[in-house]
Design a protein around this ligand. Structure first.
Ligand code: PXP
Length: 242
């Protein structure tokens, strides 16, 4: 099976920094540590309200990382300009509501076609690999394809929050969506809410090429350190893939 990449999301290192203001802890230092621990990429979400990652973090990450940066961003004019200036390797377009605690639900790529189309085209033309963060549903994958996005990231939040038979049903939807998405030529990523306990069934879906994981890894770092938390996640992904 193809290698499953791990993108480490370092937003919540910045959340701890913002709890006090100032410069500590530094998410760029966490990104370098993640790189040393085996992360294949770094993911950071520059939110409209700048509640964690700052513009300066994005500039420093784009300059200082040796592994690809995946910028999570809302489809707004402001973020569009920032992405064109920062030129990350990848940009994942996510829905964003100011009052939400985290990204709730996927992008409605099917209904927002006209709004998304120019930004997907423009980022793609700038050499940025665009992904759309969507629910595991065929209409969303078809919409992503018709928008010309090369990648979709399947939202695993509902899977992560469910249990028992409900979780099995959502896993079946993710499995079907990954196969369908690949069959129409999309590269498939997944993420949101993944932990040591729930990552393996997702990592075992053969069409998935990349997982983006953040909150749990940074939380677990409090107990076992960031290096150990990333290495353990990597090992679980590799076991699921073997
Ligand atoms: N992928 C996307 C598109 C996200 O918005 C997020 C959260 O910022 C993640 C992955 C990572 O989710 P978590 O922090 O729950 O691991």
């Amino acid at each position: 099976m193809t290698h499953l990449r791990l993108g480490v999301n370092i937003d919540h290192v910045a959340t701890v920094r913002e709890a006090r203001g100032g410069a500590y802890p530094d998410p760029v230092r966490a990104a370098r540590l993640a790189e040393a621990a085996g992360a294949d990429g770094i993911t950071a979400h520059l939110r409209e309200d700048r509640r964690h990652i700052s513009d300066d973090d994005i500039n420093r990450l784009s300059r200082e990382l040796n592994i690809p940066l995946n910028l999570e961003m809302a489809a707004t004019d402001e973020m569009h300009i920032i992405a064109l200036n920062a030129k990350p390797r990848a940009a994942c377009i996510v829905p964003e509501k100011r009052e939400e605690i985290t990204t709730e639900g996927g992008l409605d790529a099917a209904r927002q076609h006209n709004h998304l189309s120019p930004i997907v085209r423009s980022l793609g033309a700038a050499g940025i690999r665009v992904s759309l963060f969507v629910e595991p549903a065929r209409d969303q994958l078809d919409a992503a394809k018709s928008l010309g996005a090369p990648v979709v990231e399947l939202h695993t939040g509902a899977y992560a929050n469910a249990s028992g038979a409900e979780q099995d049903r959502i896993l079946a939807r993710l499995t079907e969506a990954a196969a369908y998405g690949e069959s129409i030529g999309l590269e498939i990523h997944a993420g949101h809410g993944l932990t040591f306990d729930n990552v393996k069934p997702i990592a075992a879906i053969p069409q998935i090429r990349e997982l983006n994981i953040g909150h749990f890894l940074v939380g677990e770092a409090i107990f076992i350190g960031l290096d150990a938390s990333i290495r353990r996640m990597r090992a679980l992904m590799d076991e699921a893939r073997a």
